[in-house]
Design a protein around this ligand. Structure first.
Ligand SMILES: CN1CCN(c2ccccc2CNc2ccc(C(N)=O)cn2)CC1
Length: 247
């Protein structure tokens, strides 16, 4: 999968994508991240990328032409069609479901707004989808781009090793994760490690983890439970958790 990023701060995007699982996915050519700076496509001597807003008011707006020129260069750089995404607070909330859809695409382009955003006509004519990584204000779209690159990059076939993808499968089905523990087994101050995890009974451990995922989702994010049907076994486990919890 190829991801092209339009940003006035290409180094930030490139460096964040060079780390960890995503960096390795790039080395293995499972993922390709390219950055394009609109300033390199500005035609005036001052390499202008922003303009004063029509209608007045504070702040500046990103100019159409450098962005369009960057997008044209992106399209020209490889044959596959490009799905163009604009990161902004006005976008649809990013979810794992959306991440999975994006991860299956051959190419996406991420436009990172700065200043007060980009000229609306660029969004209308060149952007396929506007996405937000959450209901908060950032100084630019670059962190959103880094989030999408990580979430999508780690889903590329071969990016995660078996242990990581096993963890991924057990948890990614829309539930919160179960608690995790490691040595020292006994810490005097904080109490113990759940006995079942030390039992070596792998069926019981699997059951306990699933029950914890279901129970924690019910306690912390009940909204996630309404978005998915539970099979009979999960429903029974959750009922058991709820009975124990409300005792
Ligand atoms: C003071 N304004 C500066 C410009 N900005 C803006 C407006 C439009 C596009 C990009 C930006 C860059 N900021 C972003 C970007 C994304 C998110 C997100 N939630 O995904 C939050 N913020 C809005 C705020």
């Amino acid at each position: 999968m190829r991801i092209d990023v339009v940003s006035l701060f290409p180094d930030f995007v490139r460096q964040s994508a060079a780390i960890g699982v995503v960096g390795r996915a790039q080395q293995r050519e499972l993922l390709q991240v390219e950055t394009w700076n609109p300033r390199d496509f500005a035609t005036d001597n001052y390499r202008t990328v922003d303009g004063r807003p029509f209608g007045g008011g504070p702040g500046m707006v990103m100019l159409i032409d450098p962005l369009r020129a960057a997008l044209a260069a992106i399209r020209e750089a490889a044959p596959e069609p490009v799905h163009v995404i604009y990161l902004s607070p006005q976008g649809a909330r990013l979810t794992q479901k959306k991440v999975e859809a994006l991860a299956g695409m051959p190419r996406i382009a991420l436009i990172c707004g700065r200043y007060e955003g980009v000229d609306e006509r660029l969004i209308e004519h060149e952007v396929d989808e506007e996405l937000s990584i959450g209901d908060y204000v950032l100084s630019g779209g670059e962190l959103g781009a880094a989030v999408i690159i990580d979430a999508v990059g780690r889903l590329q076939e071969g990016a995660l090793n078996d242990a990581q993808s096993a963890q991924q499968d057990s948890f990614s089905d829309g539930l919160l994760d179960c608690p995790h523990y490691t040595r020292p087994v006994h810490h005097d101050v904080w109490g113990g490690v759940p006995e079942v995890l030390l039992s070596g009974d792998h069926a019981a451990i699997r059951r306990w983890r699933r029950k914890q995922s279901l129970g924690r989702t019910w306690l912390r994010r009940p909204d996630l439970l309404t978005q998915r049907a539970l099979d009979d076994e999960s429903r029974a486990l959750l009922d058991e958790f709820r009975r124990e919890y409300t005792r």
